[in-house]
Every structure is written in structure tokens, then in C-alpha cells.
Ligand binder design. Structure first.
Ligand code: SF4
Length: 368
């Protein structure tokens, strides 16, 4: 008798990924709890207590900036929220993607000092999973269908409509919580005119099993290690992200790089040159043949600056540099700061020169 086929076991999580989420409480809208996806999340964390809430937006004990970083990290580690995404729409983007897909999650278990994701729920925001994934993927299939064929190549992609699926979240962490990311990858696998795309700072090797067949672009976010050590809290080390690149290409992902945020501080040029040389040495020809990057200069925020001063003033030494920054009112009415036009222009030009010098195979999709 032939042995029964046994699917390969899922790639085990490394310790760092396991430490990110030790869920004890799940705050859930009743409607979300009733969905199969909501039940799947409960099944993954069977020991968590469930607290019903009327809305994922209003959970005072979880959201906001009160307290300190230990509390926020505890909230991010030990709590999840389940909600239903009510209004579905795909917004025009034109930079990292053609469209921003409707969110399947917001919030993050990591804690980067410059992160803009907490701007609505506060720094302590844990991951909210939207459980109406069938509705969201159905909406996406319809939206892609309505675009027809992409006839005008643009910097985002020459032929595919690209949808960012991780605007307010990191999909590599979300994939630890539920199959939402797997479902999105599977959806785009069947859409020959479109691609999913997300930037990430975590290496989750379970994503290698998802068989994206070139229809998902993962953008590994990189910065010099000296910056990442101060700013990229709870993320995978930069060396680990670089080491994962070839494996993700081999697994069928399109892999791009996201140089973001670029922080201009004393010595930045030397450290970026070192990062680019390291990339040139350590990644393989198949990655280089399809590689592209986006370059995004730091934008910071006055409120976030105040929050960070309370727990991580060292980060503010490099993030808040008024002598070279100017204020700018964001679309949502917040006061952001970004590098003065002349400083930014010089920085972008210099970084692109460094890329040309040390990683000439790396096409810059856009620099902003
Ligand atoms: S990984 Fe991304 S979403 Fe998460 S804290 Fe860092 S910048 Fe924010």
C-alpha cells in the first residue's frame, strides 16, 4: 500500500517571533467573534481570555500614549483585538503601490520609534485583526477586475496593478496571528493583472510556505545597523533581514527593498555605504536581477516626539533635529516635521549616488 501523503510541517517560528506574541487577552467585537477567522484566532491562542467590546476603535485600557514603554510592549505582546472592517475601499497611492488595499489589520507588535501607525490609536496599539477576510478579498478581486489591463507602465510596476496590503500593519507579524496574509497571497496568486505588496521589518519564515508565484512583492525594510539598534525596536536584526532575501526570492516572492526612514545624522553616508556594500556582497544574482528600492526620508511628528522623550530620548537625538527640519501640516491635520527642502534634496541625491556606486544593480523606484 502507498503511504498516505503527508503535507510538510509548517516552518517553525524562531524564538524572536515567538516572543513577540504571548497573547493573554483578546478584545473582540461580537460580530468578529462569530466569523470563522475570529474563531481561528481564538483557536491559535486558546488560553486567552475573551473580552467583548462594542467597537475596536474605543478600548481605553489598550489605546493611547499613557504609561510607559514597558506597558505598551506588554499590551502589544499580550493583547489582540478582533474587529470587522466596515467600509471597504482601495485608495489611490502612486508611490509604494498603485492602490492601498482595504486593511486586514492595523496596529503592530513591534515598536519602532518613528512609526506613524499609532497615530490614530496611540502608541500602545496592539494588533487589530479584521476578520471579514472573505468580504475584503472579494472586494479586491472586483476592484482588480474593474481596472482591466495596466496599459501605461509606471515606477510602481510596468504591467501589474500593485496593492499595498500593509499600510497600517506589518504583514509578517499579522501572519503569526491568522491566515489573513495567506488568504491575500492566495487571492493575488489568481490575479494575473495585479500584485500584493507590503513592507516588513520582521523575518517570518512561515511566509516561505505560501507559494506566491510572483504575485506578492515583499519589501524588506533596511537601514544601517547603527540606526536600527536605536530605532527599530522588537524587529528582526538588519543582518537577518538581508540573510532572508534570497530565500524569499527562491520561494516565489518578488523582493524589493524599502530604505525607510533615511535618517540624516553625523556619519550617515559612511553607514549607508557600508550597508550597500554588504548587500552587494551577501545577496544572490536572482535577487539582483529583479531588485528595486524605494527611498523615503524621515518624517517625524511633534506629538510622537513628546511621547518618545518620555521613554526613549536617545531616539529623539537623531529623529528630532530642528536645525535641519521644517514643519508640515499632514492631510489628517497633524504637525509633522521633515527635512528642509535643501537638506532633503542633498540627502536624496547623495544616497542615490551611493546606491549607484556600491549597488549599481539596484534600481531606485522612487526617492522621496
Ligand atoms: S514594524 Fe512597521 S508598523 Fe510595526 S512598529 Fe515598526 S514601523 Fe510601525
Amino acid at each position: 500500500m502507498l503511504p498516505l501523503f503527508e503535507p510538510p510541517p509548517p516552518t517553525p517560528l524562531d524564538d524572536a517571533a515567538c516572543r513577540l506574541l504571548q497573547v493573554r487577552s483578546i478584545y473582540a467585537e461580537p460580530e468578529a467573534l462569530a466569523t470563522p477567522r475570529g474563531q481561528q484566532v481564538l483557536g491559535r491562542f486558546p488560553d486567552a481570555r475573551v473580552v467583548e467590546v462594542p467597537s475596536h476603535w474605543q478600548i481605553p485600557e489598550l489605546h493611547g500614549n499613557e504609561g510607559n514603554v514597558e506597558r505598551w510592549v506588554r499590551v502589544k505582546t499580550e493583547t489582540l483585538v478582533l474587529g470587522v472592517k466596515k467600509s471597504l475601499s482601495a485608495r489611490l497611492n502612486g508611490r509604494s503601490s498603485d492602490f492601498i488595499a482595504p486593511s486586514t489589520a492595523n496596529g503592530c507588535a513591534m515598536a519602532c520609534a518613528y512609526c506613524y501607525v499609532p497615530r490614530r490609536k496611540g502608541y500602545a496599539n496592539p494588533i487589530t485583526v479584521f476578520t471579514n477576510i472573505e468580504q475584503i478579498t472579494r472586494y479586491l478581486r472586483g476592484h482588480v477586475g474593474r481596472q482591466g489591463i495596466k496599459t501605461e507602465p509606471d515606477q510602481v510596476d510596468p504591467v501589474a496593478w500593485v496593492y499595498d496590503i500593509g499600510e497600517n500593519n506589518d504583514c509578517s507579524v499579522d501572519a503569526l496571528v491568522s491566515d489573513n496574509v495567506a488568504d491575500l497571497v492566495a487571492t493575488f496568486r489568481t490575479l494575473p493583472t495585479a500584485k500584493a505588496s507590503f513592507a516588513t521589518k520582521l523575518v517570518n519564515r512561515q511566509l516561505l510556505d505560501l507559494d506566491p508565484q510572483g504575485r506578492t512583492r515583499i519589501r524588506f525594510s533596511l537601514m544601517p545597523e547603527q540606526d536600527a539598534r536605536v530605532l527599530d525596536l522588537r524587529t528582526s536584526p538588519v543582518g537577518e533581514r538581508i540573510a532572508a532575501i534570497d530565500d524569499f526570492v527562491e520561494a516565489g516572492y518578488e523582493v524589493h527593498l524599502n530604505f525607510s526612514p533615511v535618517v540624516l545624522r553625523e556619519g550617515w553616508e559612511l553607514d549607508w555605504a557600508e550597508l550597500l556594500r554588504r548587500l552587494d556582497d551577501e545577496v544572490g544574482a536572482p535577487f539582483k536581477a529583479q531588485a528595486a528600492c524605494e527611498v523615503i526620508m524621515l518624517t517625524h511628528n511633534r506629538d510622537l516626539h513628546e511621547v518618545n522623550l518620555g521613554w526613549h530620548p536617545k531616539a529623539e537625538e537623531v529623529l528630532w533635529t530642528p536645525a535641519q527640519q521644517q514643519p508640515k501640516r499632514s492631510q489628517s491635520g497633524m504637525w509633522n516635521v521633515r527635512y528642509r527642502n535643501d537638506v532633503k534634496r542633498q540627502g536624496l541625491t547623495r544616497l542615490q549616488e551611493l546606491i549607484g556606486e556600491h549597488a549599481p544593480w539596484l534600481r531606485v523606484r522612487y526617492a522621496f
